[in-house]
Design a binder for this molecule. Structure first.
Ligand code: GTP
Ligand code: MG
Length: 199
């Protein structure tokens, strides 16, 4: 079956959600450009970035909406998670309040998000172990309850960053494979999405 996918481009829209300053933009910049900035500016509205990666025999084009975590932008979020195949829910493991906030995102996505959206939880800033406020077990339990994968990440030290993105691709592909009749090629399961007006 893998051979059937040769030459295919899998467009993969995903969104990052979470409190301000947890490191959403930093994770995206690490993944897309291999960069990290100690003084990363807070996002205004949202940022759109793309990255194309060859995974096995597939070309995956990530279309990433990096949302702004400041409360005043919250009402814009549906524009960015609409049509997303996956979401990365980010908290800062040195800030309990950012962890507690994630439940609201899970609830909102369940209520208003795309059906069957694949979730992943990133406990970011794991390089700051001395400042830890959320235990690994707490994060992992929350993720499990939410039906999400769980990774502790560091955008700064490039820990588990690529892994979150590639795991999401695998999970989305698995899900669409499971949903389609046996024997069909898997990657056209997600319908090609039109680029949005601002993309
Ligand atoms: P908003 O755009 O306001 O929603 O914030 P954000 O979630 O995009 O956070 P951002 O990426 O701007 O990071 C906030 C601060 O945390 C910046 O000063 C980053 O340098 C820092 N930061 C991000 N990731 C890490 C990390 O893994 N480790 C450490 N030590 N600092 C990080
Ligand atoms: Mg940001």
């Amino acid at each position: 079956m893998a051979a059937a996918n040769t030459g295919r481009v899998f467009q993969f829209k995903l969104v990052l959600l979470g409190d301000s300053a947890v490191g959403k933009s930093s994770l995206v910049l690490r993944f897309v450009r291999g960069q990290f900035f100690e003084y990363q500016e807070s996002t205004i509205g949202a940022a759109f970035l793309t990255q194309t990666v060859a995974l096995n025999d597939t070309t995956v084009k990530f279309e990433i909406w990096d949302t702004a975590g400041q409360e005043r932008y919250h009402s814009l979020a549906p524009m960015y998670y609409r049509g997303a195949a996956a979401a990365i829910l980010v908290y800062d493991m040195t800030k309990k309040s950012s962890f507690e906030k994630l439940q609201k995102w899970v609830d909102e996505l369940k209520e208003r998000g795309p059906e069957g959206i694949v979730l992943c939880v990133a406990a970011n800033k794991c390089d700051l172990e001395e400042g830890r406020e959320v235990e690994v077990a707490e994060g992992a339990e929350f993720a499990q309850k939410s039906g999400a994968d769980f990774f502790e990440t560091s955008a700064k030290n490039d820990e588990n960053v690529g892994r979150i993105f590639t795991t999401l691709v695998t999970n989305v592909q698995r899900k669409s494979e499971a949903a389609r009749p046996a024997g069909e090629a898997r990657l056209d399961a997600a319908p090609p999405k039109k680029t949005s007006c601002c993309g």
